[in-house]
Ligand binder design. Structure first.
Ligand code: FAD
Ligand code: SIN
Length: 404
């Protein structure tokens, strides 16, 4: 392994998902930006997001309601100030994604002018209102497309793909005070060189750590590198014990824990035992639309009590055209494994999905190490508490990427 000449820029962003790119695009107005991605630039948890981004959007909804739903899902461990700030800034962060080119799904209003369109709002577990903007069931791919194009159009942003950040460059602590961060050592996977990337402000946006578990919805890049680097450098980390399990992944040996979006339950899908009995009402009055941790535990408990490898999810009572139009990707993927969503139930199991804890930050993204910031899934702002509300991750990343 060789050491190469160092690179420098005003801002260093480690990670090119929604949090990293949102920050990079904003920072490019103030200076030069280097973005490192561990693999190709499209490989990020963000690209796999299905259900969408939660934000108060309809006139029937309110910030108070989104705040209460988030606090309830977080099981008493959310930071109210973080919840209030992020929820209230949600609509502006979504408008910014739209300005940057994201095309969320729109539907006809049914008003007097047939050509009028408004954003379609999905429903997911724990939400008392429809408030999830989405791009069919490929929301993350659409957000990544828009943000990658917007970043590429800014000459101040240089993206280095296949650069694995290894260790933060942090000054030695003096008199009990942590030293500042001045960048990172990164491995260029194509040349096998170690590069020193220097910057006066480093934004950690490396996402989650699903790969710590055998069964996860996350892609291979999600191995917790960012939280590990920050911890080694002495940054405060918190709530790492709260790893969220998504209730419904397709049960098939070749499906690699393919996610079946909670939005299916939002559109009426029912969880069933092999004999066709629905069981969620026994666990929570909101049944299939209870917060995610409740649903995942209920499925796990039924599987353990009855010795099952999976339970079933059934949406086949809904109109087949609606299912194909609303969930084209999930429909196609299930069909490729021999399951037709429009005709019958599909086998599902829970899998590791989301790191609720992470590098502790304030509401400007500052970590406990000077000049080191964090945003997105790697960070712990206090929004999620013990259990994240569905579709609040893209929301947090979009808001905090702009605040950093
Ligand atoms: P990511 O998008 O994961 O990006 C991480 C970046 O860091 C990548 O570019 C990666 O290459 C880079 N990186 C990692 N380690 C290193 C390293 N050592 N060196 C250099 N670069 C590194 N949330 C919602 O709100 N709504 C949804 O509908 C939704 N659906 C989901 C569906 C699936 C299948 C999954 C897996 C997650 C879903 N989530 C959803 C969660 C959400 O997608 C993620 O929490 C969010 O996208 C994280 O964004 P991020 O920018 O923090 O990290
Ligand atoms: C999903 O579409 O079910 C995932 C939503 C999320 O992770 O918030």
């Amino acid at each position: 392994m060789r050491h190469n000449a160092q690179l420098s820029s005003d801002f260093l962003v480690i990670g090119g998902g929604i949090a990293g790119l949102t920050f990079a695009i904003k920072a490019a107005d103030a200076g030069t930006v280097t973005v490192l991605t561990k693999a190709g630039s499209s490989e990020a948890n963000t690209a796999y997001a299905q259900g969408g981004i939660a934000s108060v959007w309809s006139v029937d909804d309110s910030f108070e309601s989104h705040i209460e739903d988030t606090l309830r899902a977080g099981a008493g461990l959310c930071d109210r100030a973080a919840v209030e700030t992020i929820v209230r800034e949600g609509p502006e962060a979504v408008r910014e994604l739209i300005r940057l080119g994201t095309r969320f799904t729109r539907v006809e209003t049914g008003g007097p002018d047939d050509s009028e369109l408004e954003y379609d709002l999905g429903k997911e577990g724990g939400h008392s209102h429809r408030r999830v903007l989405h791009a069919q069931d490929l929301t993350g791919r659409e957000i990544m497309r828009a943000l990658t194009e917007a970043a590429a159009a800014r000459p101040n942003i240089r993206t280095l793909e296949n650069h694995v950040a290894i260790n933060l460059l942090v000054e030695t602590a003096t008199a009990g005070k942590p030293g500042a961060c001045w960048g990172v050592y990164a491995l260029d996977r194509s040349t096998h060189e170690i590069r020193k990337v220097i910057s006066r402000a480093t934004m950690l946006a490396t996402g989650g750590a699903g790969k710590v578990y055998l069964y996860t919805t996350n892609p291979d890049i999600a191995s917790g590198d960012g939280v590990a680097m920050a911890y080694r450098a002495g940054a405060a980390v918190a709530n790492l014990e709260f790893y969220q399990f998504h209730p419904t992944c397709l049960y098939h040996p070749a499906a690699k824990s393919f996610l079946i979006s909670e939005a299916l339950r939002g559109e009426g899908a029912i969880l069933k035992l092999p004999d066709g009995t629905a069981f969620m009402k026994r666990y929570h009055p909101d049944a299939e639309l209870a917060p995610r941790d409740v649903v995942a535990r209920a499925i796990d408990s039924e599987m353990k009590r009855r010795g099952l490898d999976f339970v079933y999810l059934d949406l086949s009572h809904r109109d087949a055209d609606f299912i194909r139009r609303r969930f084209p990707n999930i429909f196609k993927r299930c069909l490729s494994f021999g399951y037709d969503l429009t005709k019958g139930p599909i086998p599902v199991v829970p899998a590791a999905h989301y790191m609720c804890g992470g590098v502790q930050t304030d509401l400007d993204g500052r970590s406990s190490i000077p000049r080191l910031y964090a945003a997105g899934e790697v960070a712990m702002t206090g929004l999620h508490g013990a259990n994240r509300l569905a579709s609040n991750s893209l929301l947090e990343a979009a808001v905090m990427g702009r605040r950093g």
